[in-house]
Design a protein around this ligand. Sequence first.
Ligand code: NAD
Length: 250
Amino acid sequence: MEQTQIKLGLLGAAGRMGQAVQAAADGLADIMVVAAVDKGDPVRPVFEAADVVIDFTPPGHTAAHVAFAAEAGTAYVVGTTGLSDADQAALDAAGKTIAIVQAGNFSLGVNMLMALVEKAAASLPASFDIEVLEMHHRAKVDAPSGTATMLGEAAASGRAVQLKDVARRARDGVIGARPEGEIGFATLRGGAVIGEHSVIFAGDSERLELSHKAENRGLFADGALVAARFAARAQPARYSMVDVLGLGDL
Ligand code: NAD
């Protein structure tokens, strides 16, 4: 039993998600948290002690953390949102030598929503306007949410366009009529909302809305642990939750 236990390291352990992962891991026989650190603690030793590290630190640290992972040969699961292009490049590079799971959202429902959004965007005519609406708690620092961006990317992929070419990330003032093909984002912040996302396909005489509501943070923690189990055994590469959950055929 001991030999098959996965040694897990945790970055951002005192945060909302860090605490949720620790609580979810406490009850598991196959995963043992061997190092859990927060701001100010040294990070490199966590990678040296663990088989896999889950990172729920705020944006700005991912490139440095994945470099430690690659140096130590440790699998890396990162849930941080608002990643920069430099972070993405660092993940791509490290994915050549270690297993990495990166997901802006670890929930099964949201990953299924992404697949459904891509299908709807591919099937509905361009006259259907696509809007992504999200709401999160007042402490969230990035906007739109990583999940909203991923849903926008799924819609763009369904329409065979690049999100960056069609995204309208915010609207204010006299900005003119909505151009066809735009993918719009609207962000709400307040209270303790864990995460709610809707993708709206608005046609001239009908509107399709696909929505997901997170009921508790344990959902993301459980998904991150599923990803950690997957990464601990996977070949070096960069993976998404679609790979982890086997949703590729949806
Ligand atoms: P939080 O602010 O509650 O926690 C972050 C923690 O990281 C804090 O305790 C902070 O002190 C610590 N920290 C900061 N810098 C650090 C460093 N260099 N090393 C170690 N620890 C450090 O935030 P949160 O709500 O837990 O969210 C964290 C991130 O995860 C955000 O980017 C959020 O958007 C994202 N998130 C992702 C998912 C998902 O499913 N992928 C779900 C929820 C939140």
